[in-house]
Design a protein around this ligand. Structure first.
Ligand code: PMP
Length: 360
């Protein structure tokens, strides 16, 4: 029998067991096609129906209207850091960026290659431990970019930021996409790397308003224009077929769980269990400010590096993997995405309580 342990990895991350089982079943033959899912041509009927199913489940799941394209791109969320400004930001124009973490900072670096960047807020001086309440806006930004969940520092926006001076909203939702209901109509572009809440790594989901696709730059290398991917149903070149397939299974899994509201309820409960313990603990402290805490990545530390290292080693031995904080911040991080089971959170809390009581 296969033994699975509690995997708190920030990404690639845990996937629903039923999804893995379905994928395994279709590895040698997708349905009764006699050809495995990894081996089907992306131009064939069998894969085209997988693609169409993934798109339609995505629309159903998040209530995505017809005036948005759903694209499956490559190059990770990091490629969107430059594709967005490359397509929409001209050298004399300005885009506003909310700098709430290291990934947002990386997005800023890329945007500056194309136009002006206005920093609408930054929590860098506080080690990104909060989502700042106070934000400013430039006079007429082309767009406002934010990172809905900050994977490394463990903070999350409660709702979309305002865009008082116009411009469309762009969101890097890599680490919390579909973890709660979303009103897609508030956004121009939502992008997310797949390896946390969606699928194995290798696909980037991009949800983009059709009118923007038409408006985007038209002299870029073909592959770097959104238009190209919209016009070819994400098949300008060979798409990441397996990732698209698994994403479709994950969408169906979320629908079967009761949809995005049910996901949020479950995610909230899991996160609250952990934060409640951390707030009561004598040794462990949550590192994100209470009003900015992420439901996806719970970051914590004891303030004593030696204690943290001892805890991480003991946890690993006890079957809790991936708890080491990001190398840039240290401490611990429990990533508890959609597919992470509640029972695993309960087990971790139990283990931490026990560990704490045995340390003087
Ligand atoms: N944005 C966020 C919020 C992330 O967490 C990550 C990856 N951890 C990235 C962007 C970069 O994603 P990718 O590796 O897909 O380029």
């Amino acid at each position: 029998m296969t033994v699975r342990i509690d995997n708190f990895s920030a990404g690639p991350a845990v996937l629903p067991v039923t999804v893995l089982e379905q994928a395994r079943e279709n590895l040698l033959s997708l349905g009764d096609s006699g050809i495995g899912i990894l081996e089907h041509s992306h131009r064939g009927k069998a894969f085209l129906s997988v693609y169409e199913e993934t798109v339609s489940r995505c629309r159903k799941l998040a209530g995505i209207p017809d005036n948005y394209h759903i694209l499956f791109l490559q190059g990770g969320a990091s490629t969107q850091f430059f594709m967005v400004p490359m397509n929409f930001l001209q050298s004399a124009q300005t885009a506003d960026y909310l700098v709430t973490g290291s990934w947002a900072k990386k997005a800023v670096v890329e945007a500056k290659r194309f136009g002006n960047v206005f920093i609408a807020c930054s929590s860098e001086a506080e080690n990104f431990c909060e989502i700042p309440d106070e934000r400013v806006a430039s006079d007429s930004p082309v767009y406002t970019h934010f990172t809905s969940n900050n994977t490394i520092s463990g903070t999350q926006f409660l709702c979309e930021p305002d865009t008082p001076n116009g411009g469309f909203l762009v969101c890097d939702a890599s680490s919390d996409i579909f973890s709660r209901p979303i009103d897609v109509t508030k956004y121009g572009i939502i992008y997310a790397g797949s390896q946390k809440n969606l699928a194995p790594s290798g696909v980037t989901l991009v949800i983009i308003r059709k009118e923007l696709v038409e408006r985007g730059a038209a002299e870029l290398p073909t592959r770097l224009e959104y238009r190209t991917h919209a016009e070819t149903d994400s098949m300008f070149n060979t798409p990441p077929t397996f990732g698209i397939y698994v994403m479709g299974l994950v969408f169906q899994w979320i629908i079967d769980q009761g949809g995005l509201q049910a996901m949020e309820n479950r995610n909230r409960e899991k996160a609250e269990t952990l934060y409640r313990f951390l707030d009561e603990s004598d040794r462990f402290n949550a590192t994100a400010k209470p009003n900015s805490r992420s439901m996806m990545n719970v970051t914590f530390a004891s303030g004593d590096d030696e204690f943290d290292a001892k805890f991480i080693a003991a946890a690993k031995k006890a079957g809790f993997d991936g708890l080491k904080g990001h190398r840039s911040v240290g401490g611990m991080r429990a990533s508890i995405y959609n597919a992470f089971p509640s029972a695993g959170v309960d087990r971790l809390v139990e283990f931490m309580r026990e560990f704490e009581s045995t340390q003087s």
